[in-house]
Design a protein around this ligand. Structure first.
Ligand code: B12
Length: 216
């Protein structure tokens, strides 16, 4: 069953992908599982693009299909959920316009009660720092899909240090090139591409936050 959806997306078969997504959901498969399978499918698209089997137009096609999938999934994962009191800033780093993964993270966090401040794509390091300063959010999530944009993530961290804000925010990165080396090079606190792990980290950080004083 799993391979069918993965392969339909990898083969850029729009109709089959959409039908399978609807079928899986009707059989009780969770939206998160559907996202994971789609993500594996576009990973294959990326590999085929890398080895010359697919062209840029195929990358764009995969984007179109994923957007259609998200139109189906979004209402299922962003119903009215009460806020859990924690704000997370999200954005795709400067030079990078990939946003499908970031948007999925946004929906998922929102559906778990986190307040998300989404800065969009191609976000300058200075804008991230400004947002941390203004919102006082304890968590900053940065999406980076292009290897050559990793240095801009390091710039965000360096600017936060320079502005004296580094200690008040935990930084999580996600996206195609992230790994332990990227974490160490950039100076961020965590990296993950696993939504479940992201939830674990956010939940842990939330539990560590001071409980707001009661006002009478
Ligand atoms: C679709 C796609 C595009 C679309 C993007 C559309 C959009 N609106 O996002 C288009 C066609 C525009 C595009 C353009 C380009 N792309 Co592109 N693209 C892809 C592709 C096939 C899929 C990306 C995707 O959407 N995946 C689906 C989502 C759900 O997964 P995800 O993004 O990985 O997100 C998940 C996790 O990474 C994680 N995550 C993501 N963000 C965050 C943030 C946080 C805080 C956390 C915790 C987790 C997290 O959670 C998400 C959900 O599970 C990838 C291949 C790949 N393997 O990633 C190439 C890929 C990223 N692209 C690549 C390239 C080279 C380009 C171009 C330079 C191509 C060109 N010649 O122009 C341009 C760059 C444009 C730019 N300046 O940004 C390369 C990058 C290689 C590298 N090492 O740098 C890849 C890897 C393809 C390849 N194998 O060569 N691309």
């Amino acid at each position: 069953m799993d391979d069918q959806l993965l392969n339909a997306l990898a083969d850029l078969d729009e109709e089959k992908t959409i039908n399978l997504v609807k079928e899986y959901l009707s059989k009780g498969v969770s939206p998160l599982k559907v996202v994971e399978l789609c993500q594996q499918g576009v990973e294959v698209v990326g590999k085929r693009y890398c080895n010359g089997e697919y062209y840029l137009s195929d990358l764009i096609m995969s984007e179109e299909i994923l957007k259609e999938v998200m139109v189906i999934l979004e209402p299922l994962i962003t119903s009215d959920i009460p806020s859990n009191g924690m704000t997370i800033i999200l954005g795709t780093i400067e030079g990078d316009i990939h946003d499908l993964g970031k948007n999925i993270i946004h929906y998922m966090l929102k559906s778990s009660g986190f307040k998300v401040v989404d800065l969009g794509v191609d976000v300058a390091p200075e804008t991230f720092v400004q947002a941390v300063n203004q919102t006082k959010a304890p968590v900053l999530g940065i999406s980076v899909l292009l290897s050559f944009c990793v240095s801009a993530v390091k710039k965000v961290v360096d600017l936060l240090v320079e502005s004296g804000l580094r200690d008040q925010v935990k930084i999580i990165v996600g996206g195609y090139p992230v790994n332990e080396i990227v974490k160490d090079y950039t100076g961020v606190d965590y990296y993950t591409n696993d939504i479940t792990k992201l939830f674990e980290i956010c939940q842990m950080l939330k539990d560590e936050l001071p409980i707001p004083e009661e006002t009478s």
